[in-house]
Design a protein around this ligand. Structure first.
Ligand code: SF4
Length: 62
């Protein structure tokens, strides 16, 4: 599974990091960092993160 975040859309509010802390987190400066190729077992929580993102910036491929 591949995960991409459109950082031109992302507003760093961190809802994704709450929904899927294994894949998304906020760094020390409050910017989003994420795992681009998470294990397939994390699909449900990544989909949840994509759902809760207020700007629909998270894309899942594969
Ligand atoms: S929920 Fe969306 S806007 Fe917020 S940090 Fe995550 S990707 Fe960015």
């Amino acid at each position: 599974m591949k995960v991409t975040v459109d950082m031109s859309l992302c507003q760093d509010h961190g809802q994704c990091a709450i929904a899927s802390p294994a894949v998304f987190r906020m760094d020390d400066e409050g910017r989003l960092v994420y795992e681009g190729e998470p294990d397939a077992s994390l699909r449900d929580e990544v989909e949840e993160a994509a759902d809760v993102c207020p700007v629909q910036a998270i894309f899942i491929d594969g």
